[in-house]
Ligand binder design. Structure first.
Ligand code: FMN
Length: 199
């Protein structure tokens, strides 16, 4: 079984990188094939050009490759920090360009886009790992935890995946090494529970 892992963090050695390495190590030891993309290292161009918007439009070869991957995988893991209640722009652009009409979702015949689309993704589970500096209480009370809605409803729910799991770690900026190691253990346990031994 194939799992796609996407990392969107600009700093090699960040805690987001540590999360990603832990998740990939766990997936591999559970017998999964891992397709890994570090969007910053790959210098992914997040700008969706107008010509690429129509359903059957040509895309560049990099986007085409990502599109083939996202429909073929059995699971998806995405790792990113909370930036203004949103994913970093490079990841938002990856969603814009890769989760395309005809690839990730489609409208029924005769629907110009005003109706409810049908999801086309086949992955059974999506796991999102986030980091942030806001306390959970303030994130929920003041901001309404937008990342929860973005990933579960606006993106993967719309594309046909209802098993979307999300973990947020924080407050990062004041965290100790001991706390970070505990979080990495939680990354391992969570990955094990969503993507168990695959013999
Ligand atoms: C542009 C930018 C916007 C940010 N916005 C938020 C935010 O809205 N909420 C929050 O809790 N943290 C915010 N942060 C803090 C990051 O989430 C935090 O630095 C990151 O999760 C730390 O992870 P790392 O140690 O892997 O770099 C922001 C940071 C940056 C650079």
């Amino acid at each position: 079984m194939k799992i796609l892992v996407i990392l969107a963090h600009p700093k090699e050695g960040s805690f987001n990188h540590a999360i990603t390495h832990t998740a990939i190590k766990t997936l591999k030891s559970n017998g999964y094939d891992v397709i890994f993309h570090d969007l910053y290292v790959e210098n992914f161009n997040p700008t969706l050009p107008f010509e690429e918007i129509p359903k059957n439009a040509e895309t560049d070869s990099m986007v085409e490759k990502y599109c083939k991957e996202i429909i073929s995988v059995d699971g998806i893991i995405i790792v990113h920090p909370n930036w203004w209640g949103m994913p970093p722009a490079i990841l938002k652009g990856w969603v814009d360009r890769v989760m395309r009409a005809g690839v990730a979702y489609q409208f029924v015949e005769g629907d110009l886009g005003e109706g409810i689309p049908t999801g086309l993704l086949n992955a059974a589970n999506v796991l999102i790992f986030n980091t942030s500096n806001t306390t959970t209480e303030r994130e929920n009370k003041v901001f309404g935890d937008p990342l929860e809605l973005i990933w579960k409803n606006c993106v993967f729910g719309l594309c046909g995946i209802n098993n979307v799991h999300r973990k947020n770690y924080g407050v990062m900026v004041t965290s100790t090494l001991k706390q970070r190691n505990k979080w990495l253990k939680n990354v391992e346990d969570t990955t094990n529970s969503i993507f168990p031994l695959n013999l």
